[in-house]
Design a protein around this ligand. Sequence first.
Ligand code: ASP
Length: 441
Amino acid sequence: MAIKMTKFGGSSMADAGQFRKVKQIVLSDPARQFVVPSAPGKRFPGDDKVTDLLYLAHAQFVSDADYEETFGRIRERYVSIERELNLSTDIGAELDAIKKNLENGASEDYMASRGEYLNALLLADFLGFEFVDAAELICFHSDGTYDDETTLKWTQKLEGMQRVVVPGFYGRKRDGSIKTFSRGGSDITGAIVARAVHADVYENWTDVSGFLMADPRIVENPKVIRTVTYSELRELSYMGATVLHEDSIFPVRKAHIPINVRNTNAPEEPGTMVVPDSYLRYYKREGTLTGVAGRTGFTVITVFKDNMHNEVGFGYRLLRVLDRHNISFEHVPSGIDTMSLVISDLNLRDHLEQILREIRRDCDPKTVEVQSNMALIATVGKGMVRSIGTAAKLFGALHEAGVNVRMIDQGSSEMNIIVGVESDDFAAAVRAIYKAFADEL
Ligand code: ASP
């Protein structure tokens, strides 16, 4: 039988009404055997996330401030879910024990983790599933980093189990102390459980119907990406798109398990499938574009030198300058007489003047030009580079929008074309590219 690992984000678990939706989703498909919930999130704009309240209560306690009111708000969130759903989890007793632990000096990580712990207890009860504590499954080294090797052993216990709820976000060190992942870390728990149970798909349920092809703050009503490969996702998230973060999904990426991002509030929508690159032939794709994303805040240093392409060691001398400053670069587009360095301003900091002096000294260039305030835009779509007319369409659209393209880098990857434009042109360029390709769909 197929197995689905289903993870529900905080807004999907925010109150009793959301719990009911979750139950309907889980029970409507017998493949949904494993469930990982987050802590209750916001019920409405301006509402509290329980995890934030737990951090706050801990901070208040350690600074001798009044934490009672905060703890009361946390208590109310869980008690109301238990009451409305007629559960007999005895969440009150659990809350009493947590409060006692706080007063006895429990750690910040322990407190933060209780959001997921309590939610998972309630959900297991509501679904009639077994609760398995993440502290028995997920291991951290004593320095606080995640221990994948031990986790692989501990999670073997899930194999062959059925109908299980595992709280997201935390595990424990060998000494028994609770340790959390970084914020949003329930995604990692879901990926770890999916790998452990050899799930056929990792469903990630949130409050959006998948990833969007462009930033909705720039493009009006962008379409949802139906299928995206893991490597395309990497490019898009690197270029600033709000998608699942690479670090949070590595267990399933490595195990070649597809991810399906779904909307708890619109379960009839198919959402976005994230698939291993080799699966692409099984998925029909419309159009060439998967997504367009970009970032501002880059500087381009272009070095001109006649006959550069014949000079042995030129690139080495140029890159060595960056190496000495311990600065990484994003791209190095080059021509016969030019080589450019595209560097993020966050990395460049105040090294620019010194770097220019060293380039002049070490590379003996004809001229060096600096363009600051640049934005990079990645137009991503596997096969895009091979499909005829793609570049023409892209640059035609930018031309029509009056955008001056300052840099082009197709790199050796087949899946994206990167253009550099002035930051002022950034939004117009993203809109023009999206429109040119979205019209195909
Ligand atoms: N509840 C945790 C947070 O708010 C973890 C998660 O939701 O994934 O960061």
